[in-house]
Design a protein around this ligand. Structure first.
Ligand code: T46
Length: 132
């Protein structure tokens, strides 16, 4: 499946750590940054795929599960470390669930927001990738 866990380079110090994302680590030009926060533990986010957009998700704080589907395979990745980024390429269905208290999901995106890039219906997603 076209997803990858990325180790975010970090500087560890007794006084606290720094994780740095810069060119070379992020495999696309970042056009947008957003974050999900104050998420009720019962919330399910995502439930869509993107035609063009590539993204990196980071659990800056707390944890959550990401369910990923490419039409053939499914996997669940638990994000719970601020020095790990989950690269999700286009044409992958994602669902985010099991948010811990205080979880924050930071997202680096390859495109600005465009609702036309979303496939928000699973059957339409399957039809879309079959026709690719
Ligand atoms: C994704 C997951 C991880 C905007 O107007 N601009 C934005 O940049 C975004 C991200 C959203 N919106 C609007 C669109 C909807 O009316 O905010 C509303 C909620 O968005 P959505 O239901 O898509 O939120 P999530 O958390 O289900 O999905 C978001 C991203 O949209 C998506 O690309 O992968 O976070």
């Amino acid at each position: 499946m076209n997803v990858k866990l990325i180790d975010i380079p970090k500087i560890l110090k007794r006084e606290g750590n720094i994780a740095v994302l810069e060119n070379g680590v992020v495999p696309f030009d970042i056009k947008r940054v957003y974050y999900l926060y104050d998420i009720p533990s019962t919330s399910k986010r995502g439930g869509h795929a993107h035609k063009k957009l590539n993204q990196i998700l980071i659990a800056i704080s707390g944890s959550f599960d990401v369910v990923l589907k490419d039409g053939k395979n499914q996997q669940v990745i638990t994000m719970n470390k601020p020095d790990k980024g989950l690269l999700i390429s286009n044409n992958i269905w994602r669902e985010l669930e099991n948010f811990s208290s205080g979880a924050v999901c930071l997202v680096l995106a390859s495109e600005v927001y465009d609702e036309d890039d979303y496939i928000r219906n699973y059957k339409s997603f399957i039809a879309y990738i079959k026709n690719k």
